[in-house]
Ligand binder design. Sequence first.
Ligand SMILES: Cc1cc2nc3c(=O)[nH]c(=O)nc-3n(C[C@H](O)[C@H](O)[C@H](O)COP(=O)(O)OP(=O)(O)OC[C@H]3O[C@@H](n4cnc5c(N)ncnc54)[C@H](O)[C@@H]3O)c2cc1C
Ligand code: SF4
Ligand code: SF4
Length: 1003
Amino acid sequence: MTATPHHPVIYADPERNTLARRLEQAVEGEVLFNRADRGRYATDASIYQIEPIGVLIPRSFDDVRAAIAICAELNVSVLPRGGGTSQCGQTTGPGLVIDTTKHLNRLIDLDLDAMTVTVEPGMVLDHLNAELKPHGVWFPVDVSTAAQCTIGGMAGNNSCGSRSIQYGNMVHNVASIDVLLADGTEAHLGPLRNMPRDNTRVGRLTHALIEIGERAHDAIDENVPNVLRRVGGYNIDIFNPQGPRPYTSDGQPNLAHLLIGSEGTLAMTRQITLKLSPLPTHKVLGVVNFDTFYDAMDATQHIVALKPAAVELVDRTMIDLALDNPAFRPTMEKALIGNPEAILLVEFAGEESADQAGLLDQLITLMAGLGHPGSVIPLASAAEQQALWSVRKAGLNIMMSMRGDGKPVSFIEDCAIPLENLAEYTRRLTEIFHQHDTSGTWYAHASVGTLHVRPILDMRRGGAEKMRAIAEAASTLVRQYKGAFSGEHGDGLVRSEWVAWQFGPTLMQAFQEIKTLFDPQGIMNPGKIVNSTKMDDTRLFRFKPDYQVNPLVSGLDWTDWDVHGDAKAQTTSAPGTGDDPSGGFAKAIEMCNNNGHCRKFDAGTMCPSYRVTGDEQHLTRGRANTLRLAMSGQLGPDALLSQEVHDALDLCVSCKGCKRECPTGVDMARMKIEVLYQRQKAHGLRLGNKLIATMPKWAPLAARFPWLFNLRDKLPGAAWLSERLLGLSARRSLPVWRKDTFIGQVESTPAEEADLVLFVDTFNNYLESENARAAYRVLTAAGYKVALAQPAADDPDSKRPLCCGRTYLSAGLIDEARKEAERVVHALAPFVSRGLPVVGLEPSCLLSLRDEFLVMGLSKQARQLAQQSFLFEEFLAREHEAGRLHLALQSLPEKHALLHGHCHQKAFDAVTPIQVVLGLVPDLDVKLIESSCCGMAGAFGYEASHYEASMKMGELSLFPAVRQAQADSLIIADGTSCRHQITDGTQRHAHHVARVLERALAA
Ligand SMILES: Cc1cc2nc3c(=O)[nH]c(=O)nc-3n(C[C@H](O)[C@H](O)[C@H](O)COP(=O)(O)OP(=O)(O)OC[C@H]3O[C@@H](n4cnc5c(N)ncnc54)[C@H](O)[C@@H]3O)c2cc1C
Ligand code: SF4
Ligand code: SF4
């Protein structure tokens, strides 16, 4: 819903209405108060869901000041938010969410002499470290969510990284914080000796805090656990330090440290000054393989004596899940000796390579001495280490990829236990899980005794009761071993009730006083740390007792997700048995656990629309949440067809980046097809969309009268008209139709004699037939007898070339796409049954045969076809690797080539084969552009409403890389829309790899 001067948005709730109106008058930023926006900000990576009153995306800190003043006046609570990746419900609450990530994310000051950096709270850790790297320094609190968590959120949660044994937690690495209190006071909090003691608000606050600290002195001694990791409650022990690592080098309290881990309950952070560390120049990684989990735990206490930078655990379940994931399998395989029950990743880091190598040798000797000879795999190369760390960092997400309603739940996941008791603790806790008919998967920071474990619980069926019972049993163990109940992820909603249990009544009283001193009105993120709700209050759950899914007759087959899980055996029932009234569609959506991994910017493809907008709405997570709310009736009736759902999916370019990169496998491209299907069934299609979708039907006509179909870009005013009537951007030229199509121009080898069948898609047949000709020439030059994919003789539409149905799918016309797919499966059956490879050129078309064809209810032959379908370069690379490719190539005049992979090639790990075949061209130096989606994405970029977003996507990295390329470099892109986008954005011409090989064919 958008407000205009004549039609202000009216919300149902008068309090919300007043707040929205006041904010709109007072701030420059975005005031997001509609139902879907509130829903998207109601969750974090926890099990909870509380709808906020609204959301503010501040443009500057002035907006924050204005908003908090209004909230204080209206008595509305305030919920500061970074990436929203908290696991305990810290970032769910009923107040005004203030999301700092879009604009309050700058580096303010870098002081290399003082080794400090000052940043705004919304800055993402990886972005900070990327800026610091050229200076040889880094901020070393390397949390797993580094690509998306913010410095403000890390401070809020007192986050800890894998290398905390060397560098400590957030609290050990913060020099000062500038905050805004709810009453409008601004304070610079730093070393106590520098704090004012006068009669100002800050002076009085300082004075009172010192007094609380003095009173609590003995209770701190008694109740604050002496462990490396503890993040519960407020850090009152700054006045009487307990942990083995001091908070400050001079032992003097720093008031900023009281704010670290305060979860937004005390103040809003404006900027933070962080302490920097030199980047270690040399690192080695030893992977220790263990036959039993117990052995791994038992060995940890001895390994830490070697002073490693990190000791991280990966257990058997996690190993198996990583092996099942195509992105992680090769890396995991390299780390294993046989079938270990657990591995420990032991890193040594420092200035001298010889020192690190020596430590690795000591590790090998130590393990042999402990009865594990030959158990260490050394990984010396930075790339190998990085790859394995990525698997470990994705650990939790990999675990969350389990299907079914039972999910690993975070509530005792970071208890910190002294190392000497770790093995015993894990054994006893496993027994407790079994007593409750469940099991858990263990991983993470063995070095500091913080092992992550999440028992698998079905939060819709009895999960709350089991959660409490297990938490109580675990707490007894934690107390017995003198550990900390929260060693990493904080309190939030799941653990605040345990703060009193951990710290006792005196410190609880002190915490209450601290809260009141900072925030007398109690509006800063209430209900966390103090005055908490119960962890098992099901009214606050994401899946509340009345959670229901609306029935849906889906167009695609989602039954693989429609399963029940067995928590103890960690297995799932057969597809289609999960009782999902939407046939598995809802369960596929619910796979999103809100971890926020899709908010990453730097590597991979996911998620281009977020990268250009910075909006939660245009993010895979935001989309999954919107769909979940819609499917469960939380956005009103028929919400799948609503404007809110349309808006959330509108900028999804269906790049399939999430299909591969989302750790739980959320495949938004496929979900978008389903939603568009439901929408067009109800409302039909717009003329422009229909025209593009049905292109394979009218393409033969366009090829007969190309002059007519090309008029749009020739007649003055026609482009303008096409924008008005069809929504096609006048700023784009359209692909050019021509008479010289490919099919019909060359002879097809009969099926019984052929070596392969060439499947030429609509685009490469009609619009760029030179690519198809080039592929044909290359394949025949290599000695293959090529059959052409043609309609079967009994096809009622046998005159029209085959088509994969991609354009129909993009518009949600699943039934029409299915008909096209059936034609293809039927026509290719004689080839497929003979085991012939089917080779295609256009990634989005050919890869449909391996993807959507499998969920359209086609015959069994579709599965066989999928297994035998290859992109042109995949086929050649496979032949080359098998030693069967006889292709004589000579060098080209161009010596450099720049390669852009199509998103679907990336999603199917099919970029490397292009590099392999280009590597066969003598003297050609090929560089891969680290690009996300080109932005054209089929018809997306041609649409006037998407033009801006499309060009911005191109500008992210593709266009700059192409512009920087030497004038005589070849630009290579296999996607037809990628090539068009490159021309539109850079005026350079890109080629299909087939054409490059054709040119290189020896005469
Ligand atoms: C898969 C996964 C792995 C994780 N791994 C780790 C790990 O290795 N180590 C670890 O410590 N944690 C880990 N976490 C938890 C979480 O990612 C971290 O705590 C992270 O630092 C939170 O950052 P964020 O930007 O998402 O903060 P948010 O979740 O947005 O906020 C965190 C807290 O900070 C407060 N806050 C945010 N901004 C401000 C501000 N400007 N002023 C005042 N308060 C503010 C919020 O109110 C909230 O209470 C993991 C989470 C997931 C899902
Ligand atoms: S869509 Fe995937 S990556 Fe994004 S938050 Fe959900 S589970 Fe994580
Ligand atoms: S398909 Fe691409 S654009 Fe759409 S949600 Fe997934 S990553 Fe984002």
